[in-house]
Design a protein around this ligand. Structure first.
Ligand code: PAN
Ligand code: ZN
Length: 182
């Protein structure tokens, strides 16, 4: 959808999430039942994992606000599906507005990187790297993502083979471990 050619200035701290939501053009909800095959164990189909609100920017970029519930499926922390962008040139900037989490990135050659993503922090996702965010805290994990309009989402490769690494609770702590199903 193409909007009017401006947006009013707005601030985006964790307290302003409702303003973002009220300006959003698109809403995505993912419950356990929408994520079959993504977690190691099957999730309760009615359990809310995350919601995404998108604002279509008037020019070259769109924005996504992800709100992920704390929790685990088995011992595996709540996470997004994860995707490559359809556009080979589309990179992305992620900022954490609230909570405690991680991002895992995987190149088309299956090179893997993981980094913490905590309140006040950000991460650059280069083009050609699949990305998944994970809530390892005990409160909502709230993320702002900014990406080119033509980015698109390609979930197929991740749905088929997943990421090399997953984030599980081990001895009461989040740990990045090899994905036994990769
Ligand atoms: C984000 C993601 C959002 C949900 O806005 O789309 O966090 O993750 P999945 O799309 O993997 O379910 C983004 O990366 N946009 O490009
Ligand atoms: Zn993306």
């Amino acid at each position: 959808m193409v909007k009017s050619n401006t947006l009013d200035p707005f601030s985006l701290h964790k307290e302003d999430v409702d303003t973002f939501i009220s300006n959003s053009d698109n809403y995505i909800i993912r419950k356990g039942g929408d994520m079959k095959g993504f977690f190691q164990e099957s999730a309760d189909p009615d359990k809310l994992i995350y919601e995404v609100y998108e604002i279509r920017g008037p020019h070259s970029t769109d924005m996504g606000l992800t709100i992920m519930k704390p929790g685990k499926v088995g011992k595996e922390f709540h996470m997004t599906k994860g995707h490559f962008h359809e556009s080979k040139s589309a990179d992305e900037y992620y900022f954490c507005l609230s909570g405690k989490g991680m991002i895992i990135m995987q190149s088309e050659d299956d090179e893997i990187r993981h980094m913490p993503l905590n309140e006040g922090g950000g991460v650059y996702v280069p083009s050609g790297w699949a990305h998944r965010t994970i809530n390892v805290g005990d409160e909502d994990f709230i993320l702002l993502a900014i990406f080119p309009k033509d980015a698109g989402h390609d979930y197929g490769a991740i749905e088929d083979k997943g990421f090399r690494s997953i984030v599980m609770e081990v001895d009461g702590q989040p740990q990045v471990i090899d994905n036994p199903s990769f």
